[in-house]
Design a protein around this ligand. Structure first.
Ligand SMILES: *Cc1c(COP(=O)(O)O)cnc(C)c1O
Length: 470
């Protein structure tokens, strides 16, 4: 009766819809490596989408045409030349998992409704906890992204260390901490003045002696220091704060340590990453962002808490209409650890690709990113006129052109435009200690040595042009 009930396609119709969608995806993804940024006509096409909801339906073909065009008319953000911000590259296996999760439409937040799926998600979270080096007592949740993970981390820190009284609370960050920490602190009900900025060393990492002193002074002044947010991979330069030292200070002062590993955490799979993030296992909570370093499509972040019961205490509420729900057992009720109740089955997006490809495939890809960043650093350092002050600990290289005279920031803005005009690579910029810097962040599984060599050439050529223009 497919025509009487259009919301209930039959098997043949479902296969046809799915096949058309997969055809689109396979074609689009196959073109990614050689595609550039293409925004020509995108705004006009977007304005054509402002329309009232149609009363009658159209064909799948017509709908897919819009989806296809929308994907094409965009930045090639999943491509091998994307070095701006923190690129997310989007594993196909994870997209398939997302489809299956939606198609089976199970309710994973309460284990008794679908024990195997709830266990799959719990297992995926456990894999992340193993990577961090957390004990069995650890619990965690998959979230929509890094920001919501930091948010729940800070809510847990607040509940554990401050209880209901937020007066005088102080939390410590640095200039290099991602703004997710400040935003989360605000959302968690803390005033702006509760967030203190600890100075950084020349390496742009937290100055631990200054932290120690500030905490002691704030406490002596009658304030209530309760949390430090340290970075395992800063957004500007990929630097890692001295986590073991900070953990020691936090223990001494009884502060909660949250480590933001949204960008850098996945590198724990590699030997170099582990060495850089030594001490991360001592953190009370950790943010990871599988839609960055695990190459998943957007929409998957993670929060891990070493003493898992703290996460539950900060997020669990009893409600009469949930009285039929089974208590947590071997498998947790994920909603009791989360700001969310109903939500998608995120675990499959992580679990399926790891099962299918094995962790080794991820480790190899991440090691390759570390090598490529090191290569870019070495090559750029050799270019006259370019300054590359910080050797990459992970996969971000910040650099700038230093003109013989004139406005360096303006010159670097022009340099950025020249580089991005190539269409082959895309960089973004930032301000570090008041100066304009360009950044290369290598994190796409599609980026290999050939594109990195091309990137260096493009940058060299742009610098040469800039020098002859000046
Ligand atoms: C990307 C990032 C965030 C924010 O994560 P979203 O997934 O974009 O919400 C937070 N901290 C760091 C260090 C990041 O790199």
């Amino acid at each position: 009766m497919p025509d009487d009930y259009p919301l209930e396609p039959d098997g043949r119709q479902m296969r046809a819809m799915g096949a058309a969608a997969i055809e689109l995806a396979a074609e689009f993804i196959s073109d990614i490596p050689e595609a550039g940024n293409d925004l020509e006509g995108a705004l006009e096409a977007a304005s054509g989408l402002r329309e009232p909801a149609p009363e009658d339906g159209t064909t799948m073909e017509a709908v897919l045409d819009v989806v296809r065009l929308g994907a094409q008319k965009s930045y090639n953000n999943s491509g091998p030349g994307m070095f701006g911000y923190v690129p997310g590259s989007g594993l196909y296996a994870s997209a398939v998992a997302a489809f299956l999760a939606a198609a089976t439409n199970k309710y994973v937040a309460l284990w008794s409704a679908v024990p195997m799926y709830a266990q799959i998600e719990t297992t995926a979270v456990r894999w992340l906890a193993d990577m961090v080096g957390y004990p069995e007592s650890a619990r965690g949740v998959l979230t929509s992204g890094g920001t919501t993970s930091v948010f729940s981390g800070l809510v847990t820190a607040r509940a554990t260390k401050l209880g209901e009284d937020l007066t005088g609370a102080v939390l410590y960050v640095t200039e290099e901490t991602h703004h997710a920490a400040l935003k989360s602190a605000m959302l968690a009900g803390l005033p702006r003045r509760a967030v203190r900025t600890v100075p950084t060393t020349d390496a742009l990492t937290m100055d631990t002696a200054a932290l120690d002193r500030m905490v002691a002074e704030d406490r002596a002044a009658g304030l209530r220091p309760f949390c430090v947010v340290a970075s395992a991979g800063t957004i500007n330069t990929g630097e890692v704060d001295p986590l073991a030292d900070i953990a020691g200070i936090c223990r001494r002062h009884e502060l909660w340590l949250h480590v933001d590993g949204a960008y850098g955490g996945a590198f724990l799979l590699t030997e170099r990453g582990r060495a850089a993030m030594r001490g991360i296992e001592q953190a009370d909570s950790v943010t990871l962002d599988p839609h960055k370093g695990f190459f998943l499509p957007y929409g998957t972040g993670a929060l891990l808490v070493r003493e898992g019961r703290r996460l539950r205490e900060a997020h669990h509420f009893d409600a009469a209409y949930l009285q039929d729900v089974a208590e947590e057992s071997e498998i947790p009720n994920l909603s009791e650890y989360s700001a969310e109740l109903s939500r998608d089955f995120r675990g499959l997006r992580l679990w399926l690709p790891v099962k299918l490809h094995g962790l080794a495939a991820f480790r190899t890809a991440l090691d390759e990113k570390l090598d490529l960043a090191r290569y870019a650093y070495d090559e750029l350092k050799a270019v006259p006129g370019i300054e590359v002050p910080w050797s990459p600990k992970l996969s971000i290289v910040a650099f700038r052109y230093v003109p013989p005279s004139g406005d360096a920031d303006a010159a670097n803005q022009v340099l950025l435009e020249k580089i991005n005009e190539s269409g082959r690579i895309h960089l973004s910029s930032t301000m570090i200690r008041g100066s304009f810097f360009l950044r290369i962040c290598v994190l796409s599984f599609r980026t290999h040595a050939d594109r990195m060599a091309e990137a260096v050439e493009i940058i060299q050529k742009a610098v040469a042009e800039l020098q002859s223009d000046l």
